[in-house]
Ligand binder design. Sequence first.
Ligand code: AP5
Length: 214
Amino acid sequence: MKVIMLGAPGAGKGTQAKRLAQEFSIPHISTGDIFRANIKGGTELGKKAQGYMDAGQLVPDELVCDLVVDRIAQEDARNGYVLDGFPRTIPQAEALEAALKKKGENVDYAVNIDVPDEAIVDRMSGRRACTNCGATYHIVYNAPKIADVCDVCGNKLIIRDDDKPETVLNRLSVYHKQTQPLIDYYEERGLVVNVDGTKDMDAVFAEILEKIGK
Ligand code: AP5
């Protein structure tokens, strides 16, 4: 099964993508995580991406598309994947569609997690992330057992650089201009599954599973 996660920054795409990936035993592929790992590792890609990410802008399409097309061609993705944070622009969606078409494949679902802008800043300000294993928490809605310590690997949790309120507002504006049009793109292809992302995490997951017929 090939699933795309759509939704504003902080809507809960990563949270639900990890659960879906586990449920269906397929990889969770997050372009944000890939960039953050490259920044941490000091790679050329990381150096190129960092300025855009810190400013809340999108990384240019040419740095993203080949990377994802290569990733989904790997062995562990042969039975499908959950794409989280890609595509984010119409050219990215077209690049994905073209790559899949060559293999006679298509995306199965574009899950759109709907959360109003007002709720987003609150979610982002409470998010804590583990840079070691990628686990994500919220200080109120999904708190770690020990404050600022990852339940999974024991690493210290951090606040992401791009979760500052002014950067979050910029990311929201970029989302509305460049990524929201993808909802129409996938609606035209009959692939959109709309989910109410304001409910608690378990209820959102249950709604996704129900709507994709699991
Ligand atoms: P990326 O890492 O993809 O960030 P994003 O899309 O802005 O999404 P987030 O990770 O911030 O949020 P999320 O929707 O995954 O929410 P989460 O589950 O964590 O991208 C970062 C940057 O990388 C971009 O700005 C861009 O620069 C670059 N980039 C990445 N991909 C790119 C691409 N394809 N093209 C160009 N540039 C790209 O949840 C958020 C918080 O809310 C958490 O604390 C969570 O615990 C909590 N939460 C989740 N669900 C609920 C719920 N139901 N109720 C209450 N709290 C909840």
